[in-house]
Design a protein around this ligand. Structure first.
Ligand code: UDP
Ligand code: MG
Length: 241
C-alpha cells in the first residue's frame, strides 16, 4: 500500500526526544485525511534511541525503523530514509523537537495550492543561540551567492517533497542542506513557507561552527559545478506518421 505521506527523521542520540516526537507526529496527522507512515532512521546512536524506537512500534503501527550499522552522518541517514519511504510525498524533519510536526498539514496544503514539487520551511522565530543565527545568516548568503540560488533558510530540516523529485537527486555527504537547490536543478518547483522553531530541550547539537562553515564552502563549490554541468536537453522521438 502506498501511503500519501512518509514522515522521515534521522536519529542520533535523541532518546528523550523520540517518544515526544512520535506523539506530536500522530497528533498532527491522525484524522487529517492523509494516510501516512513514519520512517525513523537510527544513525548508529550510542544511547537508547534504537530501543526506544523498537518499544514504540506497538503504539505506532505505521512506524518503520531503519538502523544504520554505524554513525554515518545526517545526510546518509536522511538518504536511507528517503530511499525507503513509500509515500507519494515525503516530509523530513529533525528528531530533536526543534521542528514542529504541527506545520506538516499546512505544508501539504501549500504544495497543492502552489502546484509545486517541494515546500521548504523558513524558521521565522529561530530558537538557537545568537552565534548560530549569525552563522546561518552568513552561510545562507554565501551559499546563495555561490550557487546562484535564492533560498532563505536552507538549514531548516522541515522539507516536504514529491517522491519523484527526491528520487532524481543523488546526495553526497553534507548535501542535505542543498536539497532544494538540487531539486530545482532537476527542473522542479520549490516554494518556501514560514514554520515554527523551538529550542533544543534534550540532548546536544551534533555540530560545531568550524565543520559547518568549512565543509559548507566546499559543498557550495560542488553544487555550483553541478549546476553548470547539469545536462539540459529535451529529446523528441520522431514519429513514423
Ligand atoms: N543527526 C544524525 N546523525 C548525525 C548528526 C545528527 O542523524 O551524525 C540528526 C540529529 O539526531 C537530529 C538532526 O540530525 O535529528 C539534526 O542534528 P542537530 O539537531 O544536532 O543539528 P542542529 O539543529 O544543531 O543543526
Ligand atoms: Mg537541532
Amino acid at each position: 500500500m502506498t501511503p500519501d505521506l512518509s514522515v522521515v527523521f534521522p536519529v542520533y542520540n535523541e532518546e528523550e526526544n523520540v517518544p515526544i516526537l512520535l506523539g506530536e507526529i500522530a497528533r498532527a496527522l491522525d484524522g487529517k485525511g492523509w494516510t501516512y507512515e513514519i520512517v525513523a532512521v537510527d544513525d548508529g546512536s550510542s544511547d537508547r534511541s534504537l530501543s526506544v524506537l523498537r518499544e514504540s512500534r506497538a503504539r505506532y503501527p505505521t512506524l518503520r525503523i531503519l538502523a544504520l550499522e554505524k554513525n554515518s552522518g545526517q545526510t546518509a541517514a536522511l538518504d536511507a530514509g528517503w530511499r525507503a519511504a513509500r509515500g507519494r510525498f515525503v516530509v523530513s524533519l529533525d528528531a530533536d523537537l526543534q521542528n514542529d510536526p504541527a506545520d506538516i498539514p499546512a505544508m501539504m496544503r501549500k504544495l497543492e495550492e502552489s502546484a509545486s514539487d517541494m515546500v521548504i520551511g523558513v524558521r521565522v522565530n529561530r530558537r538557537d543561540t545568537f552565534a548560530r543565527r549569525i552563522q546561518s545568516k552568513i552561510g545562507n548568503g554565501v551559499r546563495n551567492w555561490i550557487t546562484g540560488d535564492k533560498i532563505t533558510d536552507t538549514g531548516c530540516s522541515l522539507k516536504l517533497v514529491r517522491r519523484e523529485a527526491i528520487d532524481r537527486v543523488h546526495l553526497f555527504t553534507g548535501m542535505h542542506r542543498f536539497l532544494p537547490t538540487l531539486v530545482r536543478m532537476e527542473g522542479y518547483r520549490v516554494v518556501e513557507m514560514p514554520v515554527n522553531h523551538r529550542p533544543r530541550q534534550f540532548g546536544v547539537s551534533k555540530y560545531g561552527a568550524m565543520n559547518r562553515a568549512f565543509r559548507g564552502l566546499v559543498d557550495c563549490l560542488a553544487v555550483r559545478w553541478m549546476g553548470k554541468r547539469n545536462l539540459r536537453y529535451r529529446a523528441r522521438e520522431e514519429g513514423s506518421s
